[in-house]
Design a protein around this ligand. Structure first.
Ligand code: ADP
Ligand code: MG
Length: 339
């Protein structure tokens, strides 16, 4: 009898992996924005067309890549961010799985220009559905400029499954907001079909929130902070009367990574203690800083879930931080911005 098991070719393996990492245009946006942040960019431009169906382009002024790294970056499990399993317990970067570019390249047409500041020339790479089409030297600005065209061109079922432009754009904006809120020290802009949606200069977190959500937030924010040896919580919450009917202005970050956490959400809501109008949802942008050895972020490929080794402590400290801010605000309604 013949043996029947074969290793899958990389192109198929990548396409399967892409099913997890790349669900829609917004997933590409998230991965590319995070790569630019990890590359220490000071300014990041996001340009999309047709809600990312036709084009998602990110231009950064980060560290760029060598010619070899530029090619390697599209290999699966290829990363500059971790080297050993121990590193998994001290992750400070957004990425570390080395899967995103390989996955995106499996289901789109990619054109990337990248250059390190010290190099005279950069590298241009074109890849379509994991096939390398071009690799050549080019003159280009330092940093990385990547275009992702015709997402899911080779997976029609996925392409057809995409929702309306307004729904896909909403997801893109959500991802953009998460990264931009976590990095007020970086300038961000977002263009959709040549229309400027955001242009966010470098500034403090309070400024970033106001630039993103509107001037009315100037009077609505209260600063929160609580520190213990185990964890620090800081950020801004909205005053109770500014609470909204929808929940899409609620953000938790752990070591600058956006996460969803129902348990912590419960702590925040609990801290408002009946001050919220019925069926309303307070604004919050809250950052948890914790030693990476106390968390596990490797639960899900998109890394939006997290486990703390002492969840109850984080809960208690979160609640204390918010309770204090709500209380302080009740006594003194004037805004107490971070200095
Ligand atoms: P990960 O981010 O998990 O390492 P990716 O597939 O997203 O995996 O990227 C692979 C590698 O390519 C990164 O580790 C990094 O070295 C390099 N890279 C990707 N994007 C950029 C960028 N914008 N600037 C510089 N290097 C980049
Ligand atoms: Mg990455």
């Amino acid at each position: 009898m013949l043996n029947v098991i074969q290793l899958l070719p990389d192109s198929i393996a990548n396409q399967i992996a892409a099913g997890e990492v790349v669900q829609r245009p917004a997933s590409v946006v998230k991965e590319l924005l995070e790569n630019s942040v990890d590359a220490h960019a000071k300014s990041i431009q996001l340009i999309v067309r047709e809600a990312g169906r036709n084009l998602i382009q990110i231009v950064d002024d980060g560290v760029g890549m060598s010619e070899t790294d530029a090619r390697m970056s599209f290999e699966r499990h290829a990363t500059s961010k971790i080297r050993s399993s121990d590193d998994l317990f001290r992750i400070r970067t957004m990425g570390f799985r080395g899967e995103a570019l390989a996955s995106i390249a499996a289901v789109a047409q990619i054109e990337m220009r990248t250059r390190r500041a010290a190099d005279e020339l950069g590298t241009l790479i074109r890849i379509e559905g994991s096939d390398l089409k071009t690799q050549e030297a080019v003159s280009c600005l330092p940093g990385t400029n990547i275009l992702v065209k015709n997402l899911f061109f080779n997976v029609p079922a996925r392409r057809n499954f995409l929702k309306s432009n307004s729904v896909e754009m909403r997801h893109i904006i959500d991802e953009f907001q998460r990264v931009a809120l976590a990095h007020p020290e970086v300038a961000f802009s977002l263009f959709h079909n040549d229309q400027e949606i955001y242009n966010l200069p470098v500034g403090k977190l309070s400024r970033r929130i106001i630039d993103m959500f509107g001037k009315s937030y100037r009077e609505q924010l209260a600063y929160c902070e609580e520190q213990t040896p185990y964890v620090t919580v800081k950020g801004y919450i909205g005053k109770p009367e500014s609470a909204k009917k929808t929940r899409n202005e609620q953000f938790f970050f752990v070591n600058n990574r956006f996460i969803r956490h129902n348990y912590l959400h419960h702590a925040v809501i609990g801290a408002y203690e009946g001050t919220l109008p019925d069926n309303s949802h307070p604004f919050y942008v809250l950052f948890v800083e914790i030693d990476p050895s106390h968390i596990d972020i490797n639960i899900h490929p998109t890394k939006t879930e997290i486990k703390f080794d002492d969840e109850r402590s984080v809960y208690a400290i979160m609640m204390a931080a918010v309770r204090k801010a709500v209380g302080v605000y009740n006594l003194a309604p004037s805004l107490d911005f971070e200095s």
